[in-house]
Write a protein that binds this ligand. Structure first.
Ligand SMILES: C[S@@+](CC[C@H](N)C(=O)[O-])C[C@H]1O[C@@H](n2cnc3c(N)ncnc32)[C@H](O)[C@@H]1O
Length: 263
């Protein structure tokens, strides 16, 4: 159903991720402690050595891509976004400042370019899977891009996160699914309308399980309240919601395709 044109996504992403606006996606990546948690994961769960390959899907302004490249100089880190302008800037700055070439920015639709870039040992999909028009198909593409023993770390809006934009909740009878429905958001380029799926935990676990991925961790990551207020104001300039009264948090799931009980 969701047939949001890519041009909409690009306009929205360009608008929101522009560092000059001093705003950010309402994302755990915007909060240092959550970013640190995400960056530590390959070290905590795996052995990162030469040839280790990490993908950051829907990288936005490239914060996570660059933080990973910095933390793991022996790994190759590839950020992918359909609105790659700021990701490209971040990667270029990283390369210039460090003299390292282990970060790369790729512009394009994740589900098209991932098969050309695989295989990966660790794939991050932070705040982007809920944009997919077909969630199981998106999971299949991501799972197919991994090596045998691999991790996928994902945040998406499950039932516990849906209160964040409660005013925008909508239910699709045909799909028997809940959405956030955002209409006529004014960006610099055009007015944008789009939907984001609410993905219940059971549905996500089943979708990843189809491809041999089992959950090994689930945690709540926090995001900065000022970013939530900013997002609310963009979505509805007339809103009277006080983000201070909300606790912006996202469930984060870590899936693993190897033998959980083995070494
Ligand atoms: C909500 S933002 C999250 C950005 C970043 N991961 C973060 O958490 O701050 C979603 C990002 O995913 C990108 N995106 C969504 N669907 C995509 C797709 N199919 N291919 C590439 N990028 C996509 C958007 O352009 C946007 O930058």
């Amino acid at each position: 159903m969701d047939d949001t044109p890519l041009a909409y996504r690009r306009a929205l992403a360009d608008y929101i991720t522009n560092p000059e606006r001093e705003t950010a996606w309402i994302s755990p990546i915007g909060l240092d402690e959550s970013l640190e948690y995400l960056v530590d994961l390959p070290d905590r769960y795996d052995t990162v050595d030469d040839g280790y390959r990490i993908a950051d899907l829907g990288s936005g302004d490239g914060t996570l891509t660059v933080a990973l490249a910095e933390a793991y100089p022996e790994a190759d880190v590839i950020g992918i976004d359909i609105a790659p302008r700021y990701l490209q800037d971040a990667v270029r700055d990283y390369r210039e400042n460090t003299g390292r070439s282990n970060a790369k920015a790729v512009g394009g639709d994740v589900y098209e370019v991932l098969p050309e870039l695989e295989p990966f040992d660790f794939i991050y999909a932070v705040n982007m899977l809920q944009d997919a028009s077909d969630f199981p198909a998106a999971v299949e593409t991501v799972a197919d891009a991994t090596r045998d023993d691999a991790y996928i770390g994902a945040t998406f809006t499950d039932e516990e996160a849906k209160y964040l934009f409660a005013d925008f909740l909508d239910y699709d009878e045909e799909e028997d699914a809940e959405y956030w429905k955002f209409e006529d958001i004014e960006t610099e380029e055009m007015a944008v309308s789009f939907k984001q799926r609410i993905i219940p935990e059971s549905e996500a676990v089943a979708a990843f399980g189809e491809y041999g991925f089992e959950p090994v961790d689930r945690t709540e990551l926090k995001a900065e309240k000022r970013y939530l207020q900013d997002a609310l104001n963009i979505l509805d300039p007339d809103n009277d919601i006080d983000a201070d009264e909300l606790e912006p948090s996202y469930p984060f799931y870590l899936f693993y395709s190897g033998d959980i009980n083995g070494e």
